[in-house]
Design a binder for this molecule. Sequence first.
Ligand code: AR6
Length: 231
Amino acid sequence: LENDSAPLEHVQLDVKDCVHQEMGPSSGSIFLDSVPTLAFPSISTADFMFDLDKASDIIVEKVEEFVNKLGGGRLVLVDLSHKSKILSLVRAKAAQKNIDSMKFSTFVGDITRLYSGGGLRCNVIANAANWRLKPGGGGVNAAIFSAAGPDLESATKERAGSLAPGKALVVPLPSTSPLSIKEGIAHVIHVLGPNMNPQRPNCLNNDYVKGCKALREAYSSLFEGFASILS
Ligand code: AR6
């Protein structure tokens, strides 16, 4: 599952158990086709300027808490670049805690092209949303709304008009959406993380007591949302 060029100790697959080792859109990948998988970006750590070291602690803590409550479900943290600091931090900390790499791993790629661009099958993706649940604004939010087309905006609107920090909203993606057709995504889970960027609404002004609490809540809401889809 791991496609990063960094050391593979955390994500080493047991090759003898793998039918395919290569990943690509046409090869069908290893165990991926039937395993419910949530791909999620690191919430709050880019536009919202949350401290990466603190965020990586929280991601690993929450993954560890939920990974065994998800039955067969898997979690994959995604970022765009092989140089992603948050991916390196999380990989190192997950390895230290011996988190099962079949249940949690990291992946470098565009979250809107995981299957077509990277051969990774995910049926659920998370979005680092804004409080209005609106398209645009840059980052992963703009990418997901743009790739999903107007279907995502209308399906989101039907369920909620806004989101509070720390909360998540599960939205079933209409099968007419290009993200469903091309990538096999059935649900998008919007998550609003805490904001440390003074240029954005509800800035916490570096209050990391509040911020860490809200980020923990955000990941709990996200993983509970994924669990609710599985059950
Ligand atoms: N695929 C995978 N990961 C991505 C992609 C992508 N296409 N695009 C960005 N990332 P951010 P935030 C990574 O800024 O900090 C928006 O304007 C990125 O490298 O999208 O929670 C919303 O409207 C980083 O690791 O989210 C909100 O107002 C992670 O996704 C605000 O930004 C999150 O970066 C939310 O800010």
